[in-house]
Write a protein that binds this ligand. Structure first.
Ligand code: SF4
Length: 116
């Protein structure tokens, strides 16, 4: 049995949620006010994800990029390895796909800045 304390970030209320796990299986979730918080706490306790924002080398400058959806937190090191070995050239516009399907689940890395 283990216990995870999570602060819900879905809305500004910031409910403090407690998730009880037994061998990685959720036994109970307490402290959430709504269903969105329950889902957030469940995901956070079993498979946390984050939107990745970082930079990619584009010649002499760094291009800011982000993932199009939340990526598995425990795979961030692998994603960063891919991103750090990527080099961009030529003009880039906001929203251009820099790395397609980085996670095998359809999440792209896209530009968040224009480069001439
Ligand atoms: S549990 Fe619901 S009310 Fe509480 S912070 Fe999360 S989204 Fe907001």
């Amino acid at each position: 049995m283990s216990e995870k304390k999570i602060i819900c970030t879905v809305c500004p209320k910031g409910c403090r949620i407690t998730v009880i796990l037994n061998d990685g299986i959720i036994e109970s979730i307490e402290g959430n006010i709504c269903a969105r918080g329950k889902k957030y706490a469940s995901d956070e306790a079993t498979e946390p994800r984050r939107v990745l924002t970082t930079t990619v080398r584009a010649g002499e400058v760094m291009l800011s990029v982000r993932s199009t959806s939340a990526l598995k937190k425990d795979r961030m090191f692998d994603y960063m390895k891919t991103i750090n070995t990527t080099k961009v050239s030529g003009p880039v516009s906001i929203g251009d796909v820099i790395i397609k399907n980085i996670d095998g689940e359809g999440t792209d890395i896209i530009a968040t800045k224009n480069i001439k």
